[in-house]
Design a binder for this molecule. Structure first.
Ligand code: TA6
Length: 307
């Protein structure tokens, strides 16, 4: 495990004056604050968790719950949690944490640079260790590229550093901020099969119409490489979620009852968010040979709707 570096240590080593600084964030967790002419963003080392992304001239693109915890061992509620090496509950292991091992881990910073075109690129790293091996007996190195411009590009690289192949699931579990989820239209998943987690994981087929959220929605769309757009008429924008090397997309809104059941989520927050998650899960899980690497990418952009 790399030595624990304070925000000040990291800022001395990697900070970019007037562009990118490390500082103590919520509840003292270290965060990277990025501010350029193109965008503002915040990323916690806790889970390498992007919590804010605001392109210049736009409202916040990511949802972050007012009730989110920022504590060791606890997931941040909102932004882009990194899910690996299993999605949801771990089959056959009720004692294992939901959504894998790394969204509450302490990631390290590998590099921080500003590109000639102004974007800021930070690379985070997380390696298997005795604690992870005790739960999931495989060796891996994760590297996570976050590129902040007037778009947000995320790339999760999984490297199998062990001697055996392993299967894994992964997700960049993106919480989009929306004005009112009941008035948002999602395009990109037409005629796609999905597992309906609100209906016993029944396998269903999406129709050809834009998707409207009219109740608790928790769907694992399978065998789809399609980009998705969320049209938010009240915000006056569309948000594009374009992906590479991802064969599944999850659409989630907890709606009223599930919102009330989550302590780290406000009862009245459910209309303000919609998860469009870039994944490889279920039958789209990835098998990785020893020494092999796999990269999954997502690019999130927001565009004003023509008035
Ligand atoms: O991605 C949707 C989902 O799997 C939902 O079933 C819900 O559990 C959500 O993730 C949030 O999970 P969390 O463990 O962060 O509360």
């Amino acid at each position: 495990m790399p030595p624990h570096l304070t925000a000040a240590d990291l800022d001395r080593s990697f900070g970019i004056a007037n562009v990118a600084r490390f500082e103590p964030g919520n509840d003292g967790l270290t965060r990277l604050v990025i501010s350029t002419p193109q965008a503002d963003a915040e990323i916690y080392l806790h889970g390498a968790h992007v919590t804010e992304f605001r392109p210049r001239g736009q409202d916040e693109v990511l949802f972050l719950s007012d009730k989110s915890l920022f504590a060791k061992g606890k997931a941040i509620r909102g932004g882009v949690p990194i899910i690996f090496p299993w999605f949801g509950p771990r089959a056959g292991h009720p004692e294992s944490p939901q959504h894998g091992l790394v969204r509450t881990a302490d990631w390290s910073v590998e590099s921080l640079d500003q590109l000639e075109t102004g974007e800021v690129l930070v690379v985070f790293r997380y390696e298997s260790n005795a604690d992870t091996r005790a739960i999931w007996p495989h060796d891996f190195v994760l590297r996570y590229w976050v590129q902040v411009g007037d778009y947000l590009d995320l790339c999760l690289e999984v490297h199998n550093t062990g001697v055996d192949a392993f299967d894994f699931e992964e997700a960049l579990h993106t919480y989009l901020a929306v004005s009112d989820v009941r008035r948002v239209e999602v395009v990109g998943l037409s005629n796609t099969e999905y597992l309906d987690k609100t209906d016993g994981m029944l396998r269903k087929q999406q129709d050809g119409q834009p998707i409207r959220i009219t109740g608790e929605t928790d769907r694992v769309y399978l065998n789809t490489q399609s980009a998705c757009t969320a049209k938010d008429p009240d915000e006056g924008r569309i948000v594009m979620v374009e992906k590479q090397n991802s064969n599944a997309t999850v659409l989630w809104n907890p709606w009223i009852a599930k919102a009330k059941a989550m302590a780290d989520f406000g009862d009245e927050e459910w209309p303000a968010m919609l998860c469009i998650e870039t994944c490889n899960v279920a039958e789209n899980a990835v098998q990785l040979d020893p020494k092999a690497k796999h990269e999954m990418r997502v690019s999130i952009t927001a565009e004003r709707l023509a008035v």
